[in-house]
Design a protein. Structure first.
Length: 210
C-alpha cells in the first residue's frame, strides 16, 4: 500500500481513517526541531529499530496505564496503541501545542489522552484521569537540555508514580542522564540502538524495592 494513502486505525468500538504520512510526520518534526531545538533531541522522529527495542521490555498483558513524555508526532504512541490492551489507557504528555493538535487529529483512539503540559505534572495528570500510578512511563524528552532542578523533579516524580514492578523506559542521544537515573532509581539497565538517526542510548529503570 502506498505511504500516501490514509492509514486505518482500529479503536475499541470504531474504525477511523487517518490521513497521515511518514513524510508529513518527518517534515512537521523537522520544522519544530529548528524552531525549538532544545525541546527535541533529534531532527527526525524515532526509527522502527529504536521503537522495537524501547518497547521490548513491556509486559502488554499487565500494562493498563501507560504514560509517554514528549510523544512528538506519535511514532511511539501509535505503536503503543497497536500493542496495548483494549481496556488500557495511554496518557501522552506534550508541551508543544502543534504536536498536541496533530496527535489529537491523527490518532483518534479513545484509549489515548493527549495532554498539553510538562512531564513534571505527571502526578496531577494521573489523578485527574482517575489513576494514582502507572505501569510504564516512556520518555524521549532530551534530559540533557533540561535545567538540573526541573530534571530532578521530573525524574523523582516519575519514580514515585510507578507502581511496584513498573518501569521507566527512556531513550536519549547522550548518556548524560545516566548518573541521575542511577541515583534516583534502584535498577537501571542500559542498551544501545545504532540503527537510529541519531544512534540512541536506551535505559530500563525501576524503583528500588522496599
Amino acid at each position: 500500500m502506498s505511504t500516501n494513502q490514509p492509514q486505518t486505525i482500529k479503536t475499541p468500538g470504531s474504525i477511523k481513517s487517518v490521513g497521515r504520512t511518514r513524510t508529513g510526520d518527518i517534515l512537521l518534526f523537522a520544522r519544530n526541531f529548528f524552531l525549538h531545538p532544545r525541546m527535541l533531541g533529534s531532527i527526525v522522529p524515532s526509527s522502527r529499530f529504536l521503537i522495537k527495542q524501547l518497547l521490548q521490555p513491556v509486559d502488554w498483558a499487565r500494562a493498563k496505564v501507560i504514560v509517554e513524555y514528549g510523544p512528538g508526532v506519535g511514532g511511539i504512541t501509535a505503536e503503543v496503541l497497536r500493542r496495548m490492551r483494549p481496556d488500557a489507557i495511554l496518557i501522552a504528555i506534550e508541551t508543544n501545542p502543534e504536536f498536541v493538535r496533530f496527535l489529537r487529529s491523527s490518532l483518534p483512539d479513545e484509549r489515548l489522552h493527549v495532554v498539553e503540559a510538562s512531564a513534571v505534572a505527571v502526578d496531577e495528570i494521573l489523578r485527574q484521569l482517575g489513576h494514582t500510578k502507572a505501569n510504564y512511563i516512556i520518555s524521549g524528552i532530551p534530559f540533557s537540555t533540561i535545567p538540573a532542578a526541573l530534571r530532578e523533579r521530573i525524574l523523582r516524580k516519575t519514580c514515585e508514580m510507578l507502581e511496584p514492578g513498573g518501569a521507566f523506559l527512556v531513550y536519549q542521544f547522550s548518556t548524560r542522564v545516566l548518573q541521575d537515573l542511577k541515583r534516583i532509581f534502584g535498577y537501571v539497565r542500559r542498551k544501545f540502538e545504532p540503527l537510529n538517526v541519531l544512534p540512541a542510548h536506551l535505559f530500563f529503570c525501576q524503583p528500588a524495592t522496599v
